[in-house]
Design a binder for this molecule. Structure first.
Ligand code: AMP
Length: 305
């Protein structure tokens, strides 16, 4: 089944306890499409970059089977730029700089060949843009998943609430779930957020795994305890890409299949954090992914007499 991803394609500058990077390639949609490329062949991208974005990176996405027809290049504009600094625990970070640049007034054009997509992943970007994408699809996808962040809750809450009414699944982290709902208990937060629109909710808890909520059901997926976490940037997006890529590949959106998908998503996130930026995600094999998924199965399975 085909997947359409919309979101930021970016330059990132990162600071972690292990070192600093100059501008490297990042962006939500970059991580999502790369992670999804290991699962689905029809991997379409709608995003915007400036004339400063390297052609080789677009080539790299294409080598991974990502269709970049929908990637607009504004020659005279600058690519979205984000800079973040991680705390010692690597679980929390501060945003230092957000320059929307070409993303601010992006008018997402959906190529005709992307119409009819069964799966839509609205990666982190301006909520009004996420909404326009839904409105521009002639047929409603089988599953619309949305990711967002605290920035939009703070500066574009009304737009965010308006797009939330239209989506099936929302993925956010625990801090964002608390901010959006005003509830500390994640169970209470989940109830309130699901009442805003999405029938399914994933709350990511960094190195402590992720919770999947749907109606009265809850599933917990652990994160793999790694000896070294080098750079957590993109973990949430790799998680989303693995999750929705697996759903698209299996064409099954049942709760049971979402449980499997969350493990594939967690496996992709665990690879992502092993190196800076997209470095680890661009060089994976199916065998490595399957072996990692088996580690998750062993980690969380037990028997009770
Ligand atoms: P994650 O670590 O999965 O939360 O995502 C990190 C990626 O999100 C980075 O590569 C950033 O370029 C991108 N990002 C950060 N802030 C924003 C924003 N306000 N809008 C869109 N993308 C963003």
């Amino acid at each position: 089944m085909s997947l359409l991803t919309v979101g930021s394609v970016a330059f990132d500058a990162l600071e972690t306890p292990f070192g600093k990077t100059d501008k490297i390639i990042g962006g939500a949609a970059t991580y999502i499409t790369l992670a999804a490329s290991y699962f689905t062949q029809q991997n379409n991208l709608v995003a915007v970059v400036g004339g400063d974005f390297p052609k080789e990176m677009i080539g790299l996405l294409e080598e991974h089977g990502v269709d970049t027809k929908g990637l607009e290049i504004v020659q005279e504009g600058k690519t979205f730029f984000w800079s973040g600094k991680y705390h010692e625990d690597m679980n929390t970070r501060d945003t230092l700089i957000t320059e929307l640049n070409v993303m601010e007034h992006f008018d997402p054009i959906i190529p005709d060949s992307y119409q009819g997509t069964e799966f839509l992943m609205l990666g982190n970007t301006v909520p009004a843009t996420q909404k326009v994408v839904i409105e521009r699809l002639a047929k409603r996808p089988k599953l619309i998943m949305l990711d967002t962040m605290n920035l939009w809750m703070n500066i574009a809450l009304d737009d965010l609430k308006s797009v939330l009414k239209l989506v099936d699944l929302l993925t956010i982290n625990d801090e964002e779930a608390r901010l959006l709902s005003g509830e500390y208990s994640l169970r209470k937060a989940a109830k309130k957020i699901m009442a805003m629109g999405p029938k399914t909710l994933i709350i990511k808890k960094g190195e402590h795994g992720a919770l999947l909520f749907q109606e009265d059901r809850i599933f917990f997926a652990p994160a793999l305890p790694l000896e070294e976490v080098f750079d957590p940037t993109g973990a949430g997006d790799s998680f989303a890409g693995g999750f929705i890529g697996y759903l698209a590949a299996t064409n099954d959106i049942s709760f049971d299949n979402m449980k499997r998908a969350i493990i594939y998503g967690s496996a992709m996130a665990s690879f992502c954090v092993e190196k800076f930026g997209t470095e680890r995600l661009v060089n994976l094999s199916k065998e490595e992914i399957n072996a990692r998924v088996q580690e998750f199965v062993k980690l969380a399975s037990f028997e009770i007499q």
